[in-house]
Design a protein around this ligand. Structure first.
Ligand SMILES: C[S@@+](CC[C@H](N)C(=O)[O-])C[C@H]1O[C@@H](n2cnc3c(N)ncnc32)[C@H](O)[C@@H]1O
Length: 190
């Protein structure tokens, strides 16, 4: 049975960056396998991507749940993921250096859910789901090709540095929402 991916939204609002990631997650795992929790102001757009709950996952008291946290000591594997029906991931934007927000704002409040890492480096929420989904489907983390720190060219002069870990596609290109790339290239102030 396919697990349910639960994104516990922990940003003050659902901005464009979050929405680009949430849309890609829905494309990756399907809206029937995706819940967004801790959503104080549901939107029609979010409701097209998955089930939307006002309640925090911390209050759902789920059995058979695990949480993904870069600070967790145990690596997620195709074997240890098998018993879980729910996989909880932080709806937290990347920060550098990492502030350990997943542990402080999520993991410590759901003691029933065992925590796992997918390496020590920080993936975006959508790429964390991509990597976990590959592991669920039987691919060990160590065989997933990644690149740490990428740069997006905005024009002939400027580029944006993203100090996070990116899974690579078959041609060696970092995986990222095309909408997000477009947003980053056109947004003023970077
Ligand atoms: C952009 S990360 C936020 C990380 C945050 N800066 C921190 O230090 O906790 C978004 C979410 O993806 C998941 N994630 C990203 N990288 C991970 C890793 N290496 N191991 C486990 N989970 C990870 C976590 O659930 C995390 O809350």
């Amino acid at each position: 049975m396919k697990p349910i991916y639960i994104i516990e939204h922990l940003e003050p609002e659902i901005g464009t960056w979050c929405m680009c990631e949430y849309e890609r997650i829905s494309q990756l795992v399907g809206k029937e396998n995706l819940w967004f929790t801790n959503i104080s102001q549901p939107t029609k757009e979010l409701e097209t991507l998955g089930k939307v709950l006002n309640t925090s996952v911390k209050d759902l008291k789920l059995q058979n749940a695990c949480v993904l946290d870069p600070e967790a000591p145990t690596l997620l594997t195709p074997e240890n993921i098998k018993p879980y029906q729910y996989i909880i991931i932080g709806g937290i934007l990347g920060d550098y250096p990492p502030k350990k927000r997943t542990t402080k704002e999520l993991t410590q409040f759901i003691p029933n859910a065992k925590a796992y890492n997918i390496g020590k480096k920080q993936f975006s929420t959508d790429n964390a789901v991509y990597v976990v989904d590959r592991i669920v489907k039987g691919t060990p983390f160590t065989t997933i090709k990644t690149k740490y720190k990428i740069s997006i060219k905005v024009d002939d002069i400027a580029s944006i540095d993203l100090p996070y870990c990116y899974p690579l596609d078959a041609t060696g290109q970092p995986l990222m929402s095309p909408k997000l790339v477009n947003y980053l290239k056109t947004k003023e102030g970077f």
